[in-house]
Design a protein around this ligand. Structure first.
Ligand code: NAP
Length: 229
């Protein structure tokens, strides 16, 4: 039995990943900062709810303690993220706190529990917008899309993945680019959003959350292929 924790799982890609992993037989902790939204998603999908705000150390510690007391953790999907576009100090701090520092908070709290699994896996939601390669490759949308702070926060997510993979070899860490997706973050208005459905984009998250003991670590993945950093 594989137990998986997904942050920000009350909607969007996190919720769809929970749906697909539950269908794969995982026991899934649907973590959400808002209790009502999280409980509703967990009830709909047949997952377990745990309150978890990735910007709040006490909330993270309490969530991991709940999961540990219930029997442990094999897979962590660091999915929670925001895409504020305002260019000012407080908003930039909020974006980095949620998208990058949040991963450090949750990963550090979860690592002692994950290390007891015989196949410990972490999947970090990055983005091609945070890829130095894609930002310089004319054929990639990331090379002509401006998202200054969000993209920088996702570059941080990618480097956190590389560094954690090297520093903690007993846990497999991989970053994923889910593709431009019609969610609240990606934009759900069909008139302005060219985002694809969550059902397709979540597949790469599921693929990397279900790797075996000999699976890769320290890689960046998109759909069925590896993506350049
Ligand atoms: N959509 C895309 O095109 C796209 C492309 C590349 C990467 N991504 C990444 O994919 C991930 C999921 O995004 P999405 O498109 O599914 O966006 P979404 O529909 O807006 O969902 C984001 C989720 O993160 C949660 N969240 C935000 N701040 C949080 C916090 N402080 N603590 C805990 N949860 C928090 C949200 O909870 P609330 O409901 O409480 O706000 C929500 O559940 C993000 O990391 C995003 O950067 C998305």
């Amino acid at each position: 039995m594989t137990t998986t924790l997904i942050t920000g799982a009350n909607k969007g890609l996190g919720k769809e990943t929970a749906r697909q992993l539950i269908a794969n037989g995982h026991t899934v902790w649907i973590a959400a900062r808002d209790e009502a939204r999280g409980r509703a998603a967990a009830k709909e999908l047949g997952g377990r709810f745990v309150q978890l705000d990735v910007t709040d150390d006490a909330s993270v510690a309490s969530a991991i303690a709940t999961i540990e007391a219930d029997g442990g953790l094999d897979v962590l999907v660091n999915n929670a993220g925001i895409g504020l576009v305002a260019l000012n100090g407080p908003d930039a701090l909020k974006v980095f706190d949620t998208n990058a520092v949040g991963i450090v908070r949750v990963t550090e709290a979860a690592l002692p529990v994950l290390k007891r699994s015989d196949n410990a896996v972490v999947v970090n939601l990055s983005s091609a917008l945070g890829s130095f390669w894609a930002n310089h490759e004319p054929s990639r949308p990331a090379s002509h899309f401006s998202a200054i702070v969000y993209a920088a926060s996702k570059a941080a997510v990618s480097m956190l993945t590389v560094q954690y993979a090297r520093t903690v070899p007993e846990v497999k860490f991989n970053a994923v680019e889910p593709g431009y997706t019609a969610t609240e973050l990606g934009g759900t208005d069909p008139a302005t959003s060219g985002g694809r459905p969550v059902g397709i984009s979540a597949r790469v998250i599921v693929r990397m959350a279900t790797i075996g003991k000999d699976g890769p670590t320290g890689t960046f993945q998109e759909d069925d292929v590896e993506l350049a950093w």
